[in-house]
Design a protein around this ligand. Structure first.
Ligand SMILES: C[S@@+](CC[C@H](N)C(=O)[O-])C[C@H]1O[C@@H](n2cnc3c(N)ncnc32)[C@H](O)[C@@H]1O
Length: 206
């Protein structure tokens, strides 16, 4: 099982979002939608062992978490409007602190990064913070012990604005290991693709 957490610093968390303006009034929701596509889609299929957790930290209300679950996902296409429309539907239901399913494979609840990381830590999941100056993921896949951790990893990424100081402190406090997909700052969705590609290659070489 692998989980990707994407922090949407300005992503709206209530009301009806405009599918025609995902990058603007929806608070760079396009970045999050591309991460969903990169994490779940392969050619002619879907990765079923992946969850994508989108933390919507923008306006108008308290932060919400929308989860895309590869195992039970239906009615999702690779384009941004498709994932955007499922996020839109998730934001229209009455959220609570308990997760509710809005459409098949999509879940929503109130919550923040700290709670999410705490849940994963309690379940013994290894946490990885994607950062340019972290340890090279390709090197890590060469050692069986670290490769096994990566295969069961929870990966945390920022959006176009990166990760703000208070979230970075939360990530550090949760003892996440910093890992890198290269020296250059890439798009969040490109990082997701590179992580999965490194894991695919490691599995193929086993
Ligand atoms: C577009 S980048 C953010 C750039 C932002 N200007 C900053 O300084 O953080 C989005 C996210 O992708 C991840 N990221 C980008 N390049 C990376 C790299 N080479 N290795 C690991 N993670 C990377 C980080 O988690 C980052 O928060």
């Amino acid at each position: 099982m692998k989980d990707f957490i994407i922090i949407g610093n300005k992503a709206v968390n209530g009301g009806k979002i405009s599918l025609n303006d995902l990058p603007g009034s929806a608070g760079r929701m396009d970045v999050l939608c591309r991460c969903v596509t990169s994490a779940l889609f392969i050619s002619f299929g879907m990765r079923r062992d992946i969850n994508v957790w989108l933390i919507l930290k923008g306006e108008p209300g308290p932060s919400k978490i929308v989860r895309f679950n590869g195992e039970t996902m239906r009615s999702l296409n690779p384009d941004e409007r498709s994932s955007g429309s499922l996020i839109q539907k998730a934001l229209l239901i009455d959220a609570s602190d308990a997760e509710k399913q809005s459409t098949p494979g999509v879940f929503v609840r109130y919550g923040n990064l700290e709670q999410l990381l705490q849940n994963f830590s309690e379940n013994g999941r290894p946490l990885f913070y994607l950062k340019e100056d972290g340890k090279d993921v390709l090197e890590m896949t060469q050692t069986p012990e670290t490769a096994a951790l990566l295969e069961n990893g929870v990966y945390i990424l920022g959006d176009n604005q990166g990760v703000f100081e208070e979230d970075e402190k939360t990530i550090e406090d949760a003892n996440a290991s910093k890992i890198s997909v290269g020296p250059i700052s890439l798009l969040s969705s490109q990082c997701v693709t590179l992580i999965l590609n490194a894991l695919d290659r490691a599995q193929a070489n086993e």
